[in-house]
Design a protein around this ligand. Structure first.
Ligand code: AMP
Ligand code: GLY
Length: 443
């Protein structure tokens, strides 16, 4: 049995799809969307060099902040559906603007994106809806932060309230370090994103990413995934955007998923409705599986990267219909994604120095890739004037493979990685260690 999104066929036009964003996530969405024969063309604004290698895909070079030019182009291209990848345009209200112009948009408005762009708002939202999450304090000054840190009997995590490209979370080892983190945020390390600080009780447990495609009222769950946020093997080193992922996550059994749905997913959608937020897009639940049950670490208003690259190859050609139905508020209770008959894994090839300073513009060599159930989605690449593929970001390539089990998946992924090279290439060798039977486990 292959994975089927059992969405019934829509009668609307779906020839031209636009994806906004420039990462591996957007390339994997484009790749999954173009599988459907109804789709004639997928446009990416701006996409990256890898977008040009995907069937039916074309890049458009315009600045989405120039609203008049954008709208003119979208009318000209007769765009039928728009999928917005990253959080910044969502937080800026791009989905609201495009909906006002009568486009079908997959992506929440500014009100829904607040789940991601204000951590304190998200925590208050969870408190209102009784959704399990770590205890927290919203603080407005260094003085306030100092008092709470000094009186706390347990370790705290420090977070900038606003968007900080995944860098606004500190997990200090001491009260002193904790205070210094809060101080640096208040002193402008993340600009206005740090006008408010959230202090959180530090909780423990494995993390899992759950994605719900939401049409405002109903939702469809994607296969679960586990990301590897730390830079180095054995989950050590600084936090990154994600160094690899696998899907589905065996940790989340069907029964456990029922608990997550009851305690977290449905209360979140109910609370959005209660607050009159018509959320048409994906809700990313970043969860920690603690001894006392699942807790929300964070919400995001977009697909995870690299979870999206990992999950997209498990979708069938009907995936685009689900996105369209969400954009129209038309999901039905029959819409679902069936359990996949294969598993998927992704390893990120990053630039030396990432997530701190790194070089770009380095030539990338790709040798002979075993292309059966393997994809390379470019995360940060560009082309030189002569058409040579160059590095253009911290995370450069996502190497994704599928197979019957995770041992086979990662064997294939690492074999393919040997065919990829650029100066300073860095990747973790232990992606999927939790689910690889043949991977030496630490005692
Ligand atoms: P966030 O950007 O909020 O997802 O945080 C980044 C990472 O920091 C998470 O994936 C966790 O590994 C860690 N983290 C965030 N909040 C907490 C918390 N309250 N307790 C323990 N770890 C946390
Ligand atoms: N992989 C984590 C994220 O996309 O935020």
């Amino acid at each position: 049995m292959s994975i089927n999104s059992t969405s019934s066929k829509t009668v609307t036009k779906l020839e031209n799809v636009l994806i906004i964003g420039n990462g591996g996530r957007e390339n994997s969405l484009a790749w999954a969307i173009q599988k459907n024969k109804i789709v004639k063309q997928v446009y990416l604004i701006p996409g990256n060099a890898g977008s040009e290698r995907i069937n039916k895909c074309e890049r458009i070079k315009i600045d989405i902040r120039n609203k008049n030019e954008l709208i003119e182009k979208l009318y000209f291209l007769k765009i039928d559906l728009i999928v917005i990848g990253p959080e910044i345009p969502l937080a800026d209200g791009l989905a609201d603007f495009l909906r006002e112009k009568d486009f079908k948009v997959f992506g929440p408005g500014r009100d829904g994106a607040k789940l991601e762009y204000s951590k304190s708002w998200a925590k208050e939202f969870m408190r209102d809806a009784n959704i399990p999450t770590a205890n927290f304090w919203k603080v407005n000054s260094q003085e306030e932060a100092r008092k709470i840190i000094q009186s706390s009997s347990f370790p705290l995590v420090v977070k900038a309230d606003g968007l900080a490209s995944g860098k606004g979370v500190f997990i200090p080892d001491s009260k002193d370090e904790c205070f210094r983190a809060a101080e640096s945020i208040f002193n402008g390390k993340f600009g206005n994103s740090g006008n408010v600080v959230v202090l959180e009780e530090k909780i423990q447990g494995p993390e899992v990413s759950v994605f719900a495609l939401c049409d405002g009222k109903r939702y469809v769950l994607l296969p679960t995934a586990q990301d590897h946020k730390r830079l180095n093997e054995n989950d050590k080193g600084p936090n990154t955007g994600g160094m690899g992922a696998y899907s589905p996550a065996p940790l989340i059994t069907e029964d456990y998923l029922k608990i997550i749905i009851k305690e977290i997913i449905e209360p979140t959608i109910d609370e959005l409705n209660k607050k009159n937020i018509d959320y048409k897009g994906v809700i990313y639940f970043g969860l920690m599986i603690t001894k006392s049950g699942p807790k929300v670490i964070e919400y995001n208003c977009r697909f995870g990267d690299p979870e999206c690259q990992t999950i997209m190859p498990l979708m069938d050609q009907n995936f685009v219909f689900l996105l369209e139905k969400c954009s129209m508020g038309n999901l039905t209770y029959d819409d679902k994604i069936e359990a996949p008959n294969k598993v998927s894994g992704c390893v990120i090839a990053a630039s030396k120095g990432y997530p701190h300073k790194y070089k770009i513009g380095l030539p990338i060599k790709i040798g002979k890739i075993d292309s059966s159930d393997c994809q390379i989605f470019d995360s940060g690449t560009c082309l030189s004037k002569n058409g040579e593929l160059l590095t253009d970001g911290g995370r450069v390539l996502s190497i994704v493979c599928q197979d019957k089990d995770f041992d086979m998946v990662f064997e294939k992924a690492y074999k393919n990685l040997k065919e990829v090279d650029f100066d300073g290439i860095y990747f973790r060798n232990d992606i999927g260690h939790q689910v690889r039977k043949n991977f030496p486990k630490e005692n």
